[in-house]
Write a protein that binds this ligand. Structure first.
Ligand SMILES: NC(=O)c1ccc[n+]([C@@H]2O[C@H](COP(=O)([O-])OP(=O)(O)OC[C@H]3O[C@@H](n4cnc5c(N)ncnc54)[C@H](O)[C@@H]3O)[C@@H](O)[C@H]2O)c1
Length: 252
């Protein structure tokens, strides 16, 4: 028996990196997983690899009509949503910058995905959960860059993740009356396509590794356990909290 048997789940950013790692774990634990991603080729490929318990939900989370259509498809197919995990985000490495050097366009593009996109997916996901009346679990993704100096020089990205962490607490309060729990995950530095440009530079890679007292950076697999726990009934008393799975980066 799986820990998530029969749970209807949407994972944004499920075609890559940490979201993909979570999708693999969710399918192993028996969940039905919609991979909401704007990268249709990857979403279809990953869904094919994961088998009958996964399906692509191609959507651009910056666009409300696109997000609404994706959740409408879930409503039509299953009539409910039990868990929503929001991983889709961008970090514009090479463009993000200290505040006095930051282009408005870089700020806007970062916030469109990381803040507006998370708002829109939570809005339509929560509406479906409320309509179905079974409660649910929403898990958002913060970052040490929204809390610590590891966000230095990433004004747009770090502050957009801080916005998500604030939104998570407010949602936890407002959705509790519907039996919906809302928590956040704070990953350490994880090797994924998002951070590839950073790890391609040996000097930056060594610096990032040194930030983690545990002595290494993370993998998507390292992040999957907390997501399974938060989506499952094992965490039924947890809401409004942030769970740090970061190799100790935030204790520095
Ligand atoms: N990798 C890290 O070191 C790290 C550290 C802390 C927090 N995080 C957070 O973890 C989450 C996942 O990061 P990752 O490293 O796996 O990233 P990733 O780049 O590997 O995956 C992000 C996914 O989001 C999708 N996406 C981007 N914009 C979208 C949009 N407008 N609509 C729909 N889908 C869109 C991409 O197509 C991609 O599949 C992000 O929220 C990130 O901020 C990552």
């Amino acid at each position: 028996m799986g820990r998530l048997d029969g749970k209807i789940t949407v994972i944004t950013g499920g075609a890559s990196g940490i979201g993909r790692g979570a999708a693999e774990a969710f399918v192993r634990e028996g969940a039905m997983v919609g991979l909401l991603d704007r990268n249709s080729a990857m979403a279809e490929q990953v869904a094919g690899e994961l088998g009958d318990l996964a399906f692509p939900l191609v959507a651009d989370q910056t666009n409300e009509a696109s997000v609404a259509a994706a959740f409408e498809e879930v409503r039509r197919r299953f009539g409910r949503l039990d868990a929503l995990l929001t991983y889709a985000a961008v970090q514009l490495v090479g463009e993000d910058a200290p505040v006095h050097e930051l282009d408005l366009d870089v700020w806007e593009r970062t916030y469109a995905v990381n803040a507006r996109g998370v708002f829109l997916t939570c809005k339509h996901g929560a509406k479906l959960m409320i309509e179905a009346g079974n409660g649910g679990s929403i898990v958002n993704t913060g970052s040490p860059t929204g809390l610590t100096m590891s966000g230095a020089e990433y004004t747009a990205y770090g502050s957009s993740k801080a916005a998500v962490m604030g939104m998570t607490r407010i949602m936890a309060h407002d959705l509790a009356r519907y039996g919906i729990r809302v928590n956040g995950i704070v990953p350490g530095s994880i090797v994924t396509p998002l951070t590839k440009k950073l790890y391609d530079d040996p000097e930056i890679s060594a610096k990032l590794t040194a930030l983690h007292p545990i002595g290494r950076v993370g993998t998507p697999e390292d992040m999957a356990g907390i997501a399974v726990f938060l989506a499952s009934d094992e965490s039924k008393f947890a809401t409004g909290a942030h769970f740090f799975v970061d190799g100790g980066i935030s204790v520095r």
